[in-house]
Write a protein that binds this ligand. Sequence first.
Ligand code: PM9
Length: 459
Amino acid sequence: MERTRSWAEPYKIKMVEPVFMTTRKDREKFIREAGYNTFLLKSKDVYIDLLTDSGTSAMSDRQWAGIMMGDEAYAGSENFYHMEEAIQKYYGYKYVIPTHQGRGAEHLISQILIKKGDFVPGNMYFTTTRLHQELAGGTFVDVIIDEAHDSESDFRFKGNVNLEKLETIIKEKGADKIPYVCIATTVNMAGGQPISLENLKEVRKLTHKYNIKIVHDMTRVAENAYMIQQYEKGYKEKSVAEIVKEICLLTDAATMSSKKDALVSIGGFLAVNDPEVFEQARNLVVVYEGLHTYGGMAGRDMEALAIGIKESVQDDHIRARVGQVQYLGEKLKKAGVPIVNPIGTHGVFLDAKKFLPHLTQDMFPAQTLAAEIYVDSGVRTMERGIVSAGRNKTTGAHNYPKLELVRLTIPRRVYTQAHMDVIAESVEYVYNNRATIKGLKMVFEPKYLRFFQARFEKL
Ligand code: PM9
């Protein structure tokens, strides 16, 4: 019998990109000039970049080779057909419409399926997804289980839908007012939390009963599948690829930001099973994205995506990817730093309300904490709290989410365990000195997705 060994990343590094440390004095200046918004920092001033896992993965040698095989024909590029084939093979959807990234796909499906006055239930909001639903005249309704809003709950599948909440909404509003239920794998704003297959099957049963579609936000579906393999009864012997397919087959359509799971710098798609919806999307895509065989992507990017999809569902890849996130999370937990439990799949989420209990939510604790971590070590993180939650579309008041989080997002295949140690050391240092940290006030607020460009000053 093979003896058990420690595991390591299933790759070796062939090319490196230098990163540079700055001084604390420099960083104080940089963050002030950036209006205390980590989105407004210049990347050259960042030491370890945990802003996002979106478009920041390291591509494989196979993917780079694919880049050289780009067929940049305006119409009918060979690479489109490779990408389409990969999506059909690994995800099981019938028809594919390429888009420049995830929000392009969200735009198309929202415009096609949502009518003014409709309601769109979902397992927690995502910023761009909800905005496209609202711009199409719909209202998002949160039907995720309550545990998802509680950073301390250890429940394994916090991405699950509360079926009672969902059925109540359907009965209250009427099934004809609900064009679809939006199901994300995994749930980003809850801390990268998975939905179980058991729950998804129940959602499918309920939506079939009322003849309602499921649109799958499959941005991190392989990570979700890995958590099912690890923690859901009956899936230990199944491969991540098999579980991914099973998830997708339970849904009617999908929006994808290929910049996450699928290991590319840019790209996305809408995938559907209904030929009528496909025809409408194929028509609309030429207005907003590009021709239906490129949708805003270069041929080379579609080739890299076709290869990335295949790599993304391999068990050893996903184990190392999620394993690195778990390693950082466990380190922070051991140091007593308040984080979202259980540790998610694409990042570690700090609970800023518990980290900075002396700040009210109006003082933007998560925004403040992200700025403080940057000043300490040059590690760039992202706010996922009141700023990201935006304003109520009817009253204009701030939305006050229960979760006020800072996301330490780990790019795929980019950083080493030593980087994780440096990150943990910095967060622990800031935690030990938290009492002196002061909050922020917002001095500039854009109309849409304010977290990207809002500016702040120190209180
Ligand atoms: N997510 C992230 O950093 C990128 C920008 S922050 C708005 O987490 C989900 C679950 C996402 C997501 C992007 C999109 C939109 C849809 N659903 O950024 O347009 O996490 O490709 O995808 C970001 P695009």
